[in-house]
Design a protein around this ligand. Structure first.
Ligand SMILES: NC(=O)c1ccc[n+]([C@@H]2O[C@H](COP(=O)([O-])OP(=O)(O)OC[C@H]3O[C@@H](n4cnc5c(N)ncnc54)[C@H](O)[C@@H]3O)[C@@H](O)[C@H]2O)c1
Length: 356
């Protein structure tokens, strides 16, 4: 698995390159039109000790540009500058830039090396790790892609200071998900460090990013191709994706995941696996990090139907992730429609009928 470095500075990027197998003298920094003005220059400077030639290419920012046309523009840029298989790419941006740069690296001249320098909280704790790359196609998310591991991931959480509040909250959805599924002590740590996190205290954020990224890293290391345990990372994603689709992607991904986690916790509680107090603790924690507690106005039956058509079905059954305690998740293959509906109703604020 790729090494992951956590530093509150870009100054050690050269050191990371020194430890990697990248030996070419040319690199292309790939960013987007939002991250370029903030960080392209600092990263160009930071890598100038490792490369003789540093090029920069910017995609248009936004999920709507996560497509093959953008990839073609990058291929054309690389060809124009005679990039060959020894040269490498550096993805500087959120999950969109990381997924697209990784996909271009996987396919340009049958594969060139790349590194990830993620700049959103979501990308730092989730999308930059694990080697999944790709683009959206014909309205389907991540429909075309490849597994291509970065040579290394370099995480500098100080860049999160320019991220807007909504995007930061979205990343927090993945942070809470990770703690819930794998690490009770980390869940407690988040509660204890709530002020440091919401005040964006650099050392606290660094620690939070490191611990969350390491959860994904260790799961992906044990199950790189998603044959088993990696599915646990989908906690909150089945109902979360349905809400995301239902809302036409107007709510950021991590916020939908947080709602999905609350729904999964509600189903777990109904099965007697979590205490009611724990369920409410999970829900209240979301509020503290500006994550939604309710998906106001959703149509329960429609969310159920979208959930059931989601790709996370195995042989006609939903593979759903439940909690048997805070800090431990498991794959459930026998979830009933009634249970799913109860979880959906809970996040629709329909607690009375949930209790009935
Ligand atoms: N590969 C994986 O395993 C994986 C996992 C989860 C999500 N994803 C993908 O990740 C994407 C979502 O990623 P995201 O949430 O990072 O979205 P994003 O990449 O669109 O970034 C969100 C916004 O923040 C801007 N931005 C990025 N860094 C910034 C910074 N430091 N300061 C100011 N603005 C900044 C971006 O330009 C963009 O406008 C989706 O396409 C999703 O499919 C991939």
């Amino acid at each position: 698995m790729s090494p992951v470095y956590f530093e509150n500075t870009f100054d050690r990027l050269c050191e990371a390159y020194g430890k990697s197998s990248i030996r070419s003298k040319r690199v292309c920094i790939v960013c987007d039109t939002n991250t370029a003005p903030y960080y392209a220059e600092a990263v160009e400077k930071a890598v100038s000790g490792s490369f003789d030639e540093v090029y920069t290419f910017a995609f248009k920012a936004g999920e709507e540009y996560k497509n093959l046309s953008s990839i073609e523009e990058l291929y054309a840029f690389l060809l124009e500058h005679d990039f060959d298989r020894r040269d490498s790419l550096l993805a500087l941006g959120g999950g969109v830039v990381g997924d697209m740069t990784g996909f271009a690296a996987a396919t340009y001249k049958r594969g060139i090396p790349f590194v990830q320098v993620p700049t959103t909280l979501l990308a730092q704790v989730d999308s930059s790790i694990g080697g999944k790359t790709g683009v959206d196609f014909m309205g389907y998310k991540n429909m075309v892609g490849a597994f291509h591991m970065p040579e290394f991931v370099y995480e500098n959480p100080t860049v999160l200071k320019t991220l807007d509040d909504d995007q930061f909250a979205s990343g927090m959805g993945e942070v809470l998900k990770s703690a819930l599924l794998a690490d009770e002590e980390f869940f407690e740590w988040i509660l204890d460090n709530m002020d440091g996190i919401t005040d964006h205290e650099p050392q606290t954020i660094l620690e939070m990013v490191r611990r969350t990224a390491n959860i994904k890293l260790s799961i992906v290391e044990r199950d790189p191709t998603e044959k088993g345990e990696r599915a646990l990372l989908n906690l909150g994603h089945t109902i979360g994706h349905a809400i995301e689709k239902y809302m036409n992607f107007s709510m950021p991904h991590g916020k939908c995941v947080a709602l999905g986690c609350i729904a999964a916790a509600a189903i777990s509680e109904k099965r007697g696996l979590l205490d009611t107090a724990e369920l409410f603790e999970i829900r209240d924690m979301c509020v503290a990090f500006d994550l939604p507690m309710f998906a106001d106005g959703i149509n329960n039956a429609e969310i159920l139907s979208i959930t059931k058509s989601d790709k996370k079905m195995a042989a006609g059954r939903i593979r759903f992730i439940l909690l048997d305690r805070i800090g431990h998740a498991f794959i459930c293959d026998d979830l009933t429609d009634e249970e799913l509906l109860a979880g959906i109703k809970f996040i629709n604020g329909d607690e009375i009928s949930y209790e009935d």
